[in-house]
Ligand binder design. Structure first.
Ligand code: PAP
Length: 331
């Protein structure tokens, strides 16, 4: 279930000197842009990555073997990954870990320790131990659709994609990056980071391309890819949790409906509940190196109104309109 993460290196904190020779050679041939938290981002297969991320991506593309029963939660960073990790883990494992018990794993684990990121597990290991997860295995990923390992495309595994309004996603990303890096070590100003985001330079971005590829694929194959929006999940959580359960082949029974299972899962995974648990309030850290509490800020829709200037909001809207025009996707 949850892994002993105390032995793992803090992956986000790995420095570029720790990269493999293969990754160093690869990045030396790639287009690069100055980063915010990290020195540079590199463009690979049309999307932008930090060096560490890229190392994980190329290793998992080579070595990961998907199973038909695997389930993937895919997001672009800051779209609600932590929330949906908690929901999917609880939903899928509700027989093994009854939701109403005091020793439910979410009481002692940040959701990121229960559902790992596929590509980060491969950062420093070609053969990571994936046995922590019972069947079905649940993985998270930020990878673009066409960069997913071939075995994912070849298998019958299911993918759940969660996206969020780009203005809220940007604000969340910027606030998170601010928490992660001391001001003196940042290599870019907020204005620079904003421009980079609009140009598509952020981990696994361009934001719009990442979202659009999954949107288009979900239209072609709705049995395989479920496309969800953070705002809709906030607005009608019960409805979307039921959709998710149907999609994953574990619908709620009449008995579960009657005893309020849907509501219980949502309550356990709510922002209020998770952010107030001891494990997510103190100084506990993830194996990836960040404090658990960094993943809980406001958890609201529309916080961009408090933090973006009118010009910034207008700029993101323009890019969104231009990129999504004709695809029937509104965010
Ligand atoms: P990640 O992609 O790096 O894992 P992710 O979890 O997607 O991060 O993003 C964090 C955002 O989800 C934060 O949004 P904010 O900055 O706008 O506040 C965080 O507050 C929000 N979040 C975390 N848990 C929940 C939850 N249970 N319900 C709703 N939003 C949540």
């Amino acid at each position: 279930m949850a892994r002993d993460t105390s032995l793992l290196p803090p992956k986000y904190l790995l420095q570029e000197e720790a990269l493999t020779q293969e990754c160093k050679e690869l990045i030396s041939s790639l287009p690069k842009e100055k980063g915010y938290v990290f020195s540079y981002s590199y463009k690979y297969e049309g999307f932008w990555y930090t060096p560490i991320y890229l190392q994980g991506l190329i290793a998992c593309q080579k070595y990961f073997q998907a199973r038909d029963s695997d389930v993937f939660l895919v997001t672009i960073p800051k779209s609600g990954t932590t929330w949906l990790k908690a929901i999917m883990f609880t939903l899928i494992n509700r027989k093994n870990y009854p939701v109403d018990t005091k020793n439910h794993p979410l009481h002692n684990n940040n959701p990121h320790n229960l559902v790992p990121f596929l590509e980060l597990d491969y950062v420093d290991n070609q053969n990571p131990d994936l046995s922590f997860s019972s069947s079905p295995r649940i993985f998270a990923s930020h990878l673009p659709y066409f960069s997913m390992p071939k075995s994912v495309h070849d298998s019958a595994c299911k993918l759940v994609y969660l996206c969020r309004n780009p203005k809220d996603t940007f604000v969340s990303l910027w606030q998170f990056a601010d928490k992660l890096t001391p001001e003196e070590t940042r290599s870019n100003s907020l204005g620079d980071v904003f421009d980079l985001f609009c140009k598509g330079v952020n981990t696994c971005g361009p934001f719009w391309d990442n979202v659009l590829d999954y949107w288009n694929e979900s239209k072609k194959n709705s049995e395989r890819i479920l496309f969800l929006k953070y705002e809709e999940l906030k607005e009608e959580p019960n409805l979307h949790l039921r959709r998710l359960a149907e999609f994953l082949g574990c619908p709620f029974s009449a008995d579960e409906e009657e005893t309020g299972m849907v509501e219980e899962i949502l309550k356990l995974c709510s922002f209020n509940n998770l952010s107030n648990l001891e494990i997510n309030k103190g100084t506990d850290k993830l194996a990836y190196g960040m404090e658990n509490k960094a993943f809980f800020r406001r958890g609201e829709v529309g916080d961009w109104k408090n933090l973006l200037t009118t010009e910034m909001a207008k700029k993101i809207d323009q890019v969104t309109e231009q990129k999504f025009s004709g695809f029937g996707l509104l965010l």
